[in-house]
Design a protein around this ligand. Structure first.
Ligand code: NM2
Ligand code: OGA
Ligand code: ZN
Length: 383
C-alpha cells in the first residue's frame, strides 16, 4: 500500500513510500514511457502505441497524488495525467540493490546434482499432460526450474515426439530435419548416429541462435548399454567458479568456435563462449561439445594454457558422478532438456538388439510463454 509520494530533482524523479516503511524511486521519463493509458498502449493487445521520440526529452512530473492505492501523476510539458496502480508500481520497481556477482541466476532457476535429482526426476505421463492443464503446468515449470524433465506414455511409433512439442510450442526444423533418427548407421554424417558413447554435451553449439530445447524419445531400446545421463551445466559452471574464478572468467569471456561440416551443403559455424553471461553477468548459456569444438583462436596467447586448464577442469566436473543423473530410456519414454543449460550423454551400446531414438529441437520462448499463459489463466480462475 502506498503512503506517500514526494517529487524530487525538480520533477525528474519521484520517491514513493510504502506502508512497510520502504521507499522506491522512479524517474519521470520512465513513468511517462510506461504510462498505462489507452493513448500510450493499445487497450486491445497491450502494445505500446508511441515511440520514445513522442515523449518530450524534458518530461517532468509537475503534480503527484495518491488516490485509491494508485499514484496519479501529471506530466509536463504534455499536461497529461496518468494513474499507476500501487501493485503495478511495486511489481515493476527498479530501485533495488545494485550489481550481482557474475554467474548469478534468477531465483526461478534451481541448480541440481545427482544427490538432489536422481530420485526425484520430474516426470509426467503424456495422456495426463495432454488432458489436464495442471499436470502440464507442473511439467513445464519443472523444465523452467531444472532444465530437464521426463515424459512417458508416448506411443512407440515414429513421430510421437512431435506430440511432446505440440503440448507447448513448435518444432525448430534444421538441416537434420523436422526430427531426426538417432540410430547406428553406416556412413553416419554425425557421431550421434553410431553406437559410440557420447560425452555429456549440448547440441548444435555451431548454430546461432542455438536450439534452446531438445526432445529425445525412445521407440525401441533392447541393446546392452546405451544409458542416458543429464548434467546441470549451471551447477557445474558454479562449481568451477567457486574453485577457479579465473578459469570461469576465461571460459565466460573468451569466445570458443564451433563448427559442423559433416554433410554436403552444410557448413555451420558459431563463435560463442562455453559459458555465456548476459550483459549484467547473468549465467545464460552453456555450450559444450567436444565433437564440434573448432580451433580456439580468440584467447590471448598468454592465457591459452590457463584457458585449456579451465576447459579440462570444466570437463572433469561434467564427468564427475556427483553431477550426473542416469537412466535408461525405455520404449515410449522421452526426455526434454534445456539445451542452453543441461547437457546430455549416452553410454556406448553393443550390436545386439535395437536402439531407436528420435530427436527434435524446439524453442524455450514458446514453452515459457505457454507456461506463463497457463499460470495467468489459473490465477484469473482463482480470482
Ligand atoms: N544430431 C543428433 O549437436 C550435435 O551435433 C549433436 C545432433 C545429429 C541432430 C548431434
Ligand atoms: C543426440 C544425442 C543421445 C542418445 O542425438 O544429440 O546426444 O541417447 N543422442 O543417443
Ligand atoms: Zn546430443
Amino acid at each position: 500500500m502506498l503512503t506517500k509520494a514526494v517529487i524530487g530533482d525538480e520533477g525528474r524523479t519521484i520517491e514513493l513510500g510504502w506502508k512497510d516503511g520502504t521507499r522506491t524511486r522512479f524517474h519521470a521519463i520512465w513513468l511517462r514511457d510506461n504510462a498505462l493509458d489507452d493513448k500510450t498502449r493499445s487497450a486491445g493487445n497491450g502494445q505500446r502505441l508511441i515511440t520514445i521520440l513522442d515523449i518530450p526529452a524534458a518530461t517532468k512530473i509537475d503534480a503527484a497524488s495518491i488516490k485509491d492505492d494508485a499514484l496519479e501523476v501529471s506530466f509536463a510539458p504534455e499536461q497529461k495525467t496518468v494513474s499507476f496502480p500501487a501493485a503495478w508500481l511495486s511489481a515493476n520497481a527498479y530501485d533495488g540493490d545494485a550489481a550481482r556477482q557474475p554467474g548469478w541466476t534468477g531465483e526461478e532457476t534451481v541448480r541440481w546434482t545427482k544427490a538432489t535429482m536422481q530420485n526425484s526426476v520430474p516426470r509426467a505421463n503424456y495422456a495426463a499432460a495432454s488432458r489436464d492443464r495442471a499436470v502440464l503446468r507442473q511439467w513445464l515449470s519443472a523444465v523452467k526450474a531444472y532444465g530437464f524433465a521426463v515424459m512417458d506414455g508416448l506411443p512407440t511409433e515414429s513421430g510421437a515426439l512431435c506430440k511432446v512439442s505440440e503440448l507447448f510450442g513448435y518444432i525448430r526444423e534444421t538441416n537434420y530435419g523436422r526430427w531426426f533418427e538417432v540410430r547406428a548407421e553406416v556412413n553416419p554424417n554425425n557421431l550421434a548416429y553410431t553406437n559410440l558413447g557420447l560425452q555429456a554435451h549440448t547440441d548444435n553449439p555451431y548454430r546461432d541462435p542455438v536450439p534452446t530445447l531438445q526432445i529425445l524419445a525412445c521407440i525401441e531400446n533392447t541393446v546392452e548399454g546405451g544409458e542416458s545421463s543429464v548434467v546441470d551445466g549451471f551447477a557445474v559452471a558454479t562449481a568451477l567458479q567457486a574453485e577457479n574464478p579465473e578459469g570461469f572468467r576465461l571460459l565466460s569471456s573468451c569466445p570458443a568456435r564451433f563448427e559442423y561440416a559433416g554433410s554436403s551443403g552444410v557448413r555451420l559455424q558459431a563463435k560463442r563462449p562455453m559459458i555465456e553471461l548476459g550483459p549484467d553477468g547473468e549465467l545464460i548459456c552453456i555450450r559444450f561439445n567436444n565433437r564440434s569444438l573448432a580451433p580456439t583462436v580468440d584467447v590471448p596467447f598468454a592465457d591459452m594454457e590457463a584457458y585449456y586448464a579451465a576447459y579440462r577442469r570444466f570437463a572433469e566436473l561434467i564427468e564427475d558422478p556427483r553431477f550426473e543423473v542416469t537412466f535408461k530410456l525405455e520404449a515410449g519414454q522421452s526426455f526434454i532438456v534445456d539445451n542452453t543449460r543441461v547437457m546430455h550423454a549416452r553410454k556406448a551400446f553393443s550390436g545386439t538388439g535395437t536402439r531407436w531414438l528420435q530427436g527434435c529441437y524446439a524453442d524455450k520462448d514458446g514453452l515459457l510463454s505457454t507456461l506463463a499463459a497457463i499460470e495467468h489463466g489459473f490465477k484469473e480462475a482463482a480470482e
